[in-house]
Unconditional design. Sequence first.
Length: 371
Amino acid sequence: MKKAVLSMAVALLLSACTQKNNKNTQATSGTDSTCCNANLPKRFGALPETSGLDTLHQGTEVSHEGMKLIPAGTFVMGASDQEGRPDEYPAHPVRMDAFWIDATEVTNAQFAKFVKATGYVTEAERKPDWEELKKQLPPGTAKPADELLQPASLTFRKPAGRVNINDVSQWWTWTTGASWKHPQGPKSSISGKAHYPVTQVSWADAAAYAKWAGKRLPTEAEWEYAARGGLKGKKYPWGDEDLNKGKAKANTWQGEFPYQDLKTDGFDHVAPVKSFAANGYGLYDMAGNVWEWTADWYTADYYKTLKGEVHNPAGPAKSYDPEEPTVPKKVIRGGSFMCHSSYCKGYRVTSKMKSSVDTGLENTGFRCVSN
């Protein structure tokens, strides 16, 4: 239902998709769909408050329980076939030191333990401060209506039928009361979902949890190296077999996105961790289920700036998205339950997307690493 408030929220909080045409048609190729990569929803696009993170670490020795040790080695990072988007090229050699990484995405139970220990309040649960927000938004940005400056987050709403695939407002809704405890809105709950990935967490929320646990968010290079599971030059964490062949390999979208999900993988939204087979390193859900925050700032041409073999690359020094220059963004990896071959195909190991650092989404979570 197109209420005035919703229209205002969409205008403010969602990136504007470039409309290639006005027909309600589906994109026919993941690489042709600009929305998935260039126009992910955002909250306000402002830098979050991170000054308190240094006080969060509990000071105990880091536990590697539930983590896997990834051996040192080399790999070719980025796309080397024709399915990648421009920011996935060129493929380049990378040398990695060994590191530990969570075997699963951080769960609701783990995040709840962090919140109980620290009293942390996520960004989606806080009322936005307009005086602080406007300092980082483009000059002249009008103040939104007071009803929009409420604790809220973006939730997925399945349309009734086929829609323009380039218009993300058709399936993303600004929902007051949505948060990690209520991922689909105030009437939803995580009761009985202790082993589901935590979602509706911003990059700052994920970084706060990692700091408390004595860990950190993975670099983009660490994430891709781990996702490959020791395989060389393969499209997916399991190899090259098409996602839709054989047994279900990941929690993704089957049918026609975004209105028809056939649920042949057994799920129509987020799935519990370990619902599908692990990759060669014993890591679960490195494809599908929820997108995962990384430590790296996003720039569209970062790979082009690298020369020769690079050692433990940590990404660019700052964010720059030419489509939204004022919005600081971080790289997200791995795809989600919303990924489909006709839309974003984000479950490829080289696929990278971007999201503003203050945004929580129903299909975005994270996992941590440790040296």
